[in-house]
Design a protein around this ligand. Structure first.
Ligand code: HSE
Length: 294
C-alpha cells in the first residue's frame, strides 16, 4: 500500500490573494492500493463516497495524464484537516490523490508536472504549492504551468493560532461575494502590502502586521460571511495580538503572535467561549516538508 501524508494549508495570508500560502502541522493521511476492478473509498463521510470524491477524481486525472488505463483502487483516509474551513482540505485531497496514484504507477510524472495538474484541478495555486513544498510559498499559474518560490525564514519565529469555528463556508460561496473589478487604490494597497509582507518575513520583523495584513481584495467582503468576525478582531487588537488574517477563503481565522504569551491566548480562549458559535483555538506550527510518502 502507498501511504501519503499531506499538510493543511493557509492561503492568501492577508493581501497575497491567490498567490501566497503556508503549510501547517495538521495532516490528512491517505492510503492507496491498486485493485483489478472497482473503487473502494474508506474513512470519508458517507456523502463523499461517490465518483465526485476529489481524491478519486485526482487519481483518475493522474492515470489519464500518464496515459495509463485505470482499473480499480482502494482509497483510505484519516482526516485531520476540517472540511470547508479555509485550511486547504480540498488541496490536500487533490495532492494526496495525485501523489498516491503517481507512486502506484512508479512515478511517471515529475513534481512540477504534478503541481501543474493539481492547480488545474483546484483552480488556483496558493494551497497546492505549499501542500507540495511545505513552508511559506509564493506562486502563480501561467499557460498551464506554475511558477513558485519558497520563502525561507525562521519559521519558529511566527506563532500561529488557528481560530476554527463550528460552521462551514464553501470556497465557491466565498469567491462569489468578491467584486469583479477594483479601484486602482485598492490594487495599489494590496501590491504594497504583499511586498511588505514578503520583506517582513525575510527580515524576521513582524511589527505592524495589523496594517500589512489588511487587504482590500477579499477580506472586507468575506468577513461578512463569518459570524463574530468584527468582535473577535476588536478583542485581538485589544489583547495586543500581532495580527490576524482570514485563512484561505475562511471561515477559519489565523492569529499571529511574535512572542509566546499564554496570558493573551487564555484571554482570547475565554472570549471565544462567550461567542454565539463554538470556536476552537489551536496553536499550529508551520510544516516545512510538504507532502510525504511514508
Ligand atoms: N485563494 C483562494 C481563495 C484560496 O481565497 O479563494 C481558497 O482556499
Amino acid at each position: 500500500m502507498i501511504r501519503v501524508r499531506v499538510p493543511a494549508t493557509s492561503a492568501n495570508i492577508g493581501p497575497g490573494f491567490d498567490a501566497m500560502g503556508l503549510a501547517l502541522k495538521l495532516y490528512n493521511e491517505f492510503g492507496f492500493e491498486s485493485l483489478e476492478k472497482g473503487v473502494e473509498i474508506v474513512g470519508f463521510k458517507e456523502k463523499y463516497n461517490n465518483d465526485d470524491n476529489l481524491v478519486l477524481k485526482s487519481v483518475r486525472r493522474l492515470y489519464e495524464a500518464a496515459g495509463k488505463e485505470f482499473m480499480g483502487i482502494r482509497i483510505t483516509v484519516k482526516e485531520g484537516i476540517p472540511v470547508s474551513r479555509g485550511l486547504g482540505s480540498s488541496a490536500a485531497c487533490i495532492v494526496g490523490g495525485l501523489v498516491g496514484a503517481n507512486a502506484l504507477l512508479d512515478g511517471p510524472l515529475s513534481k512540477d508536472e504534478l503541481i501543474s495538474l493539481a492547480v488545474e484541478i483546484e483552480g488556483h495555486p496558493d494551497n497546492v504549492v505549499p501542500a507540495f513544498e511545505g513552508g511559506l510559498t509564493v506562486s502563480y499559474a501561467k499557460d498551464g504551468s506554475v511558477r513558485h518560490e519558497k520563502i525561507n525564514f525562521d519559521y519558529e519565529k511566527l506563532l500561529l493560532y488557528a481560530l476554527v469555528p463550528d460552521f462551514e463556508v464553501s470556497t465557491e460561496k466565498a469567491r462569489k461575494v468578491l467584486p469583479e473589478t477594483f479601484p486602482l487604490e485598492d490594487v495599489v494597497c494590496n501590491i504594497s502590502r504583499t511586498a511588505m509582507l514578503v520583506a517582513s518575513f525575510l527580515n524576521g520583523r513582524f511589527g505592524n502586521l495589523w496594517d500589512i495584513l489588511s487587504d482590500r481584495v477579499h477580506q472586507p467582503y468575506r468577513s461578512r460571511l463569518i459570524n463574530g468576525f468584527d468582535q473577535i478582531k476588536e478583542k485581538m487588537i485589544e489583547l495586543e495580538f500581532d495580527g490576524l488574517f482570514i485563512s484561505g477563503a475562511g471561515p477559519t481565522l489565523m492569529g499571529i503572535l511574535s512572542e509566546r504569551d499564554s496570558r493573551k491566548v487564555e484571554a482570547l480562549k475565554e472570549f471565544l467561549d462567550s461567542m454565539e458559535n463554538i470556536w476552537k483555538l489551536e496553536p499550529l506550527g508551520i510544516d516545512r516538508k510538504g507532502v510525504q510518502i511514508f
